[in-house]
Design a protein around this ligand. Sequence first.
Ligand code: 5GP
Length: 116
Amino acid sequence: MPSVFTRIIQRELPAAIVFEDERVIAFKDINPAAPVHILIVPKKEIASINDVTQADEALLGHMFIVAGQVAREQGVAESGYRLLLNNGRDAGQEVFHLHLHLIGGRRLGPMVLRGG
Ligand code: 5GP
């Protein structure tokens, strides 16, 4: 079964795409947590960081370069933003197709609640 993000890549599902090249796609999160909430997704369907191999090293680096470019284009490079990657159950990962969340456009508060 292709992931929901692969279905977006294949244009089977709609999305507000803000960046695309041969290796990566970036689109607006359907349920945004902030004024800017973009998902940066490798076209290669890697389930999670647990599944990353040495062969993916350049791809992961490219995702960060794309993140910086998208942040500039979305107008949050100077104000700041958070890159977030949920991995597995305890992090609340919902879609098992690797993705970076780029979140900004407001004060985001602490990264995680302490004392939990
Ligand atoms: P995770 O918890 O796996 O890190 O985050 C998955 C994210 O994907 C969630 O923020 C969710 O709102 C987003 N999402 C899930 N399905 C879709 C979809 O069909 N389209 C878009 N644009 N975002 C989605």
